[in-house]
Design a protein around this ligand. Structure first.
Ligand code: ADP
Ligand code: MG
Length: 233
């Protein structure tokens, strides 16, 4: 379970503190899906960065399955992030000089070596995202949608409890975007991971939240109540 309790984030600025997140609370069980929408600059990426422990909150607490990542040492927090969190960004951030499979198993290099088991899981994931015949392709020889599917496989290599996707379809056309959204839902539900997706697209939000997902708006650093009914009507 992910518990976010009254998280705030401020940045110092010459005119006083800039409040980016204000009293954000959230509770999600394994397997749940949440879409965060809201205007540019409303704090969506900052929220995902805090949930992914890339940024530290100014106030409040985050707890995942009983662990407060901000109470961990920097080394333990890095291991927590590597094992428990999967990131998918708007930009794929794949390494240009590496094949699809090498990119997918890359997170394992950070904590040790790429075992046969990891390699096999990487190949399985590439197959699951429809890229069994693109395993040795470098990013430059893949389409935008294919690159993003490699990025999804990479995010899932350690079967993380939490997948954070920040505008994952922002640079894709309708079909490729829909495929990426469907894969995120399918694969995270198979793994009972918790999925949080930031998007500006109502149709992507609907796909992600279809069924039991929630849609919440972040406005001026505050997370408003579930608006999935509104988004679907
Ligand atoms: N490191 C930083 N220092 C100061 N201000 C920041 C920093 N990162 C983000 N901000 C500010 O926080 C606000 C929210 O940013 P962000 O979370 O990226 O919004 P969103 O993803 O919703 O567009 C913006 O006004 C941005 O300028
Ligand atoms: Mg953003």
């Amino acid at each position: 379970m992910l518990e976010v309790d009254r998280v705030a984030k401020q940045y110092p600025s010459p005119t006083g503190p800039l409040v980016v997140l204000d009293d954000v609370s959230l509770r999600m069980e394994a397997g749940q899906r949440l879409v965060v929408m809201g205007p540019s600059g409303s704090g969506k990426s900052t929220l995902l960065s805090i949930l992914g422990t890339l940024e530290v909150p100014t106030a409040g607490h985050v707890c995942l399955d009983g662990v407060d990542p901000f109470a961990l040492s920097p080394a333990d927090r890095a291991a927590y992030r590597n094992q428990r969190i999967g990131f998918v960004f708007q930009e794929h951030h794949l390494l240009a000089g590496c094949s699809a499979i090498d990119n997918v198993v890359l997170p394992a290099l950070a904590t040790g070596r790429v075992t046969q088991e990891i390699e096999a899981r990487g190949l399985h994931l590439l197959e699951r995202v429809g890229l069994a015949n693109r395993v040795e392709h470098p990013p430059a020889q893949l389409s935008g949608g294919e690159r993003q599917r490699v990025a999804i496989a990479r995010a899932l290599i350690h079967s993380p409890q939490v997948i954070l996707a920040d505008e994952p379809t922002g640079q894709l056309d309708g079909n490729a975007a829909g495929a990426v959204a469907n894969l995120l839902v399918e694969l995270t539900s198979e793994m009972s991971s918790l999925l949080i997706v930031v998007t500006h697209s109502v149709s992507i939000a609907e796909r992600i939240a279809a069924g039991t997902g929630m849609v919440r708006q972040l406005v001026n650093g505050r997370l408003e109540p579930d608006s999935s009914e509104v988004a679907r009507s």
